[in-house]
Design a protein around this ligand. Sequence first.
Ligand code: PMP
Length: 407
Amino acid sequence: MTTLDVKADFPILEPDAERRRIIYLDSAASSQKPRQVLDAVRRFYEVSNSNVHRGAYDLAVRATKLYEEARCKVTEFVGGYDSRGVIFTRGTTEAINLVANSWGRDNVRAGDTVVITALDHHSNIVPWQMLAKQQGAAVRMVEVTEDGRLDLEDLRAALKLRPKIVALNYVSNALGTINPLPEIIPLIHEAGAVVLVDGAQSAPHIATSVSDLDIDFYAFSGHKMLGPMGIGALVARPELLDEMNPYQGGGEMIQEVGDEQSTYADIPAKFEAGTPNVAGAVGLGAAIDYLNDIGMDAIHEHETGILHLALERLSDIPGLKVFGPDEERAGVLSFALDDIHPHDLATVLDQEGVAIRAGHHCTQPLMRRLGVQSTARASFYVYNDESDVEVLACGLEKAKEIFSYAA
Ligand code: PMP
């Protein structure tokens, strides 16, 4: 049973003169935005727009206040250590690259090991491979089990290498697997490593406390959690950020600029060179308010309800194979139907007004282990309901019929 009824808050889900009705099942790629977020961004530009931290005039003060309030909302929402440890970035990818380039270059040396996992998104793989190549370090990828969970025995084996850092996601975007972080993180710290958690798929869906979980670096994107594109954050232990060198140089991040050398501002400014995405931060703050009003536990319950409904309904369709674990799974459903190519499935579903994702989901190492090139993926969020699952299932039945004629 699904429990939330918020579809009406999302203008894009209503048909309009330019566009027919859409059943949006690709929130793992990017979520839709409620009116409350759209209004907050618009209002920022209408009444508070200005650059931040530099003007003495009223608009600059208003913009700065809104920007810093958004930082406080993020800190509270993810249970950060304190707001000095929240760096606004373009999103998860930029936050991970910041850590790899700043912390990584100073702490990972020739002969060291960096541990990543086969369940991860390319954003949490490639920056570490690039760092390892630059520094002459080794990359060790932790394996997955056949049902798409992290292989904890293999993680233990990898930790024996005494890695400098372990980078892993909380929730897999390709399979929905929820990693057991409360069990894993103490093991990582006991092995003497710091941990970076890619929270791109957890921040929108699971109540998280970065400080309770003892996470050193946590990265997420606003656009997947009802916020605008181009804004996200790195949430980190302030003492780690204090020790780190800046990732980018420019305005705002300096204390004093000499002819040949400069000194840097304190955190968080040290890591926010240039004009930030103020409207994005304000929109992210509005998205956090919206999520808090519903309640993260209610959201998780709603998505789990839809996922189980979908698993049950899709199990009626002969030839449909679901990838990923039965339990400990967020609202992501990766599947294959007979030997129909996932792109063909997505095209047939699009004709029914259903938007799903087909492809490797930026997880090629995982796809290789699953023995496939790509999967079809439906992902659910606050605005999906039972009727969406039924339209998806009927669309898949139609695809099966079309391709059985073609065969
Ligand atoms: N990690 C995961 C698990 C993701 O799902 C995504 C987005 N698909 C990213 C990282 C990258 O996020 P962004 O493109 O917003 O930086």
